[in-house]
Design a protein around this ligand. Structure first.
Ligand code: NAD
Length: 487
């Protein structure tokens, strides 16, 4: 029921109504580093989901009336504890999902704490002006909507989970969280932290389990009032169908096939270094610019510099400080990535980099891969691989670059590298993406909207958008004192 991961005690059971709950059914958490079984987890079903919804519904009656200041104080307390446990959280997360220990320590876990701090502070500033219509004051308020169901994937487990859990709790919702089965452990540590911070029982619940059972039972439960899902398009379609029947508002953060556009007038060194960064997290990043579009006049120069840097990428154990990229999350995912690559090769494409598993390391390590000029509409250019696989295409004009960038059903992010600010503005206004980076990547202010267009998602979260989603927004109209309808 408890296991030790890198010296840290982790409970393998659910967290429901402020206590640990077990299930007879189990699933194994397997470390991508060496494919060792590291935990035997309780596998939830509709039964545990029912218990968690009941606990969250009951806790909602008090939590929704808890003063904003008190909710904010508790979220800051959670952030304090996370900050005091960064090393433990980083160690467990790396063992569980294979992402780099150094980025968990320096970037990801501090951001997890920031998710709580940010929404605690934003809650206290949440405001919208009042307006008068014929002397009648119109005032907007954000009322907590009820139980929020939150389902997230494994590529940045605690970061992605808390990016939804924190605003839901700040908004006055109670939460039932279904963590990813491929990396379930830090969610359990978060439950301990929430309890230690003094969050009332039932306000935050965790049901572990696999997607098609625990996840599906949560998504279809009529007791939820909001459903925030981060994951693949295929799962989103299933969830939308069942949640649709209950008319539950949805927020979907899905996949991407984002363009990374390099104009001849860019800072080439910056462009190459940023392009290499698209292999980060072994390519398991929804926002990655996986379609490199490079202006023909600098294509050879770009490619030469890119390949020189890419061949120097150090792949290995993610716990090693010197490692740049680690393994794929799981055997099925590794095979899925290899399937894309082998089908592209079988179709006649030759990778100029990688194109195969890293046989020196074995296990789930896949070599950074680059294909040149896949034909329009080909699978490798169209579908999200979610592994270390990029494609490069050339273009001759700004119009062609924009057309290629928009030649996708996704619309999560876009990156443009150019020295011409007017071009950057023109491109930004014409590209279909929820987030556009000009001469940069991954930097973003949490007050701004986050989400994707097309197959990349539905809705926006971040800043006030998160409160708009988790709350029932109410307009209340006050007549002037002494007002008479006929007067
Ligand atoms: P997935 O859809 O297989 O799983 C995501 C979550 O959904 C998991 O917790 C899983 O257990 C659950 N789930 C699976 N089937 C379910 C069902 N039938 N009903 C309810 N829940 C179910 O996705 P994945 O492979 O784990 O994650 C990778 C995907 O996530 C990629 O497409 C990636 O781009 C996307 N992603 C998007 C963002 C974003 O913010 N846009 C961030 C990270 C990852």
């Amino acid at each position: 029921m408890r296991t030790r991961i890198e010296g840290v005690e982790v409970d393998t059971r659910h967290w429901i109504a402020g206590r640990r709950v077990d299930s007879a059914a189990r699933f194994q958490s397997i470390s991508p580093i060496d494919e060792a079984v590291i935990a035997d987890m309780a596998a939830g079903s509709a039964i545990e989901i029912e218990q968690a919804i009941e606990a969250a519904s009951s806790a909602f009656k008090r939590w929704k009336r808890t003063a904003r200041e008190e909710r904010a104080r508790l979220l800051h307390r959670i952030a304090d504890i996370i900050e005091s446990r960064i090393e433990a959280l980083a160690q467990v997360e790396t063992r569980d999902n294979g992402s780099l220990l150094r980025s968990h320590r320096r970037r990801v876990m501090p951001r997890v704490a920031m998710n709580f701090r940010f929404f605690a502070d934003w809650l206290l500033q949440l405001d919208h002006p009042d307006f008068d219509v014929r002397g009648h004051r119109n005032h907007v308020s954000w009322d907590p909507s009820g139980v929020a169901a939150i389902i997230t994937p494994w590529n940045a487990p605690l970061m992605l989970g808390t990016w939804r859990i924190a605003p839901a709790l700040a908004a006055g919702c109670t939460v039932v969280y279904k963590p990813p089965e491929w990396a379930p452990l830090t969610a359990s540590l978060l439950a301990d932290i929430a309890a230690e911070a003094g969050l009332p029982d039932g306000v935050f619940n965790v049901v572990q389990g696999i997607g098609r059972e625990a996840g599906a039972a949560l998504a279809r439960h009529p007791g939820i009032r909001r459903l925030s899902f981060t994951g693949s398009v295929a799962t989103a379609r299933q969830i939308a169908a069942v949640a649709g029947a209950n008319l539950v508002p949805l927020s979907f953060e899905l996949g991407g096939k984002s363009p990374f556009v390099v104009f001849a007038d860019c800072d080439l060194e910056l462009a190459v270094n940023t392009a290499i960064g698209q292999y980060d997290n072994a390519g398991q990043v929804c926002l990655a610019g996986t379609r490199l579009l490079v202006e023909e006049s600098i294509r050879d120069q770009f490619l030469e510099a890119f390949l020189a840097k890419a061949t120097a990428i150090r792949q290995g154990d993610p716990r090693d400080e010197a490692t740049d990229i680690g393994p794929q999350i799981s055997r099925p995912h590794f095979e899925r990535v290899d399937g894309f690559v082998q089908r592209a090769i079988a179709s006649g494409l030759k990778p100029v980099l990688g194109g195969a598993p890293n046989r020196d390391l074995g296990g789930l390590y896949y070599r950074p891969t680059l294909f040149l000029d896949p034909p329009a509409g080909s699978e490798i250019l169209r579908d999200e691989v979610f592994g270390p696989v990029l494609c490069l295409q050339g273009f001759r004009s700004e119009e062609e670059a924009i057309a290629l960038a928009n030649d996708t059903e996704y619309g999560l992010a876009a990156v443009i590298m150019t020295g011409d600010h007017e071009r950057a503005k023109r491109f930004t206004s014409q590209v279909s993406a929820g987030l556009v980076w000009n001469n940069c990547f991954f930097v973003r202010d949490l007050r701004q909207a986050f989400g994707g267009n097309g197959k990349s998602g539905i809705g926006r979260e971040g800043g006030t958008w998160s409160f708009d989603f988790y709350c029932d927004v109410k307009n209340s109209v006050y007549a002037p004192v002494g007002w008479r309808k006929d007067g």
